[in-house]
Ligand binder design. Structure first.
Ligand code: CA
Length: 236
């Protein structure tokens, strides 16, 4: 089970974060001060930390800097109000991996946490493979099979397919894919996304004929969608 540390001095937000994350199967320690966060981090090897920057005792950026040292492999995610943009920059420089703007939308928070933990070394043990028709995506084992045959994918190709497979039949925007699969602060060209989609289609096509494989549709001006079985791909 992944262990999460939540540092949030606001009771309402802290309570919601704690209960939602627990509900989704994470171990959660919720603390309200920088001092107690540092104490917790000294005794538990957390996989991910959500930290508010406005704290009653120690400056949040300083807490972030110290957590980076105490927990070198943990994912550090800053929670910040929109008005604190400078804090985000400083926080990222202090070793944070990502940030979320308050008010935090739970769906987005959970998606980010999942994506970060999937990329990291955290165990996803016991999670069953995602099955779409004859396609099976084993996120824990990082293996993809189609009609019983293994599809050999490179790391990013796997991450991309796993992300699309999380929500079959749902359009996933380019921004979301770039954010979750490549980098959370992506400002460059997204051509690499199309290249990876092309590689995925080709590799899937090599393993099974089109009628047996879920198709990836191109949604012009938006992104991509992994179709449910029996649905034909859109243009692209
Ligand atoms: Ca606060």
């Amino acid at each position: 089970m992944s262990q999460l540390l939540v540092l949030e001095d606001d009771d309402t937000i802290g309570r919601v974060l704690e209960s939602s994350l627990r509900l989704h199967g994470y171990g959660v320690s919720w603390v309200r001060t920088g001092r107690s966060a540092l104490a917790e981090a000294a005794s538990v090897d957390f996989d991910l930390v959500l930290l508010d920057l406005g704290l009653p005792d120690i400056d949040g950026v300083e807490v972030c800097r110290r957590l980076r040292v105490t927990l070198p492999s943990a994912v550090l995610v800053i929670l910040t109000a929109r008005t604190e943009e400078m804090d985000v920059v400083v926080g990222l420089e202090a070793g944070a991996d990502d940030y979320l703007t308050k008010p935090v939308r739970l769906a987005e928070l959970l998606a980010r946490v999942r994506a970060h933990l999937r990329r990291g070394t955290a165990e996803v043990g016991g999670t069953p493979p995602i099955t779409i028709g004859e396609l099976s995506v084993d996120v824990a084992g990082r293996r993809v099979t189609l009609a019983g045959r293994e599809v050999r994918l490179r790391a990013r190709e796997f991450d991309l397919l796993a992300r699309l497979a999380e929500e079959p039949g749902v359009a996933v925007s380019r921004t979301t894919l770039m954010t979750e699969v490549w980098d959370t602060h992506w400002y460059g060209s997204t051509k690499t996304l199309d290249v990876h989609i092309a590689a995925l289609r080709r590799k899937i096509g090599e393993v099974a004929p089109a009628e047996r494989a879920p198709q990836i549709s191109t949604l012009r001006g938006h992104g991509y969608r992994l179709e449910r079985p029996g649905v034909h791909a859109g243009p692209g």
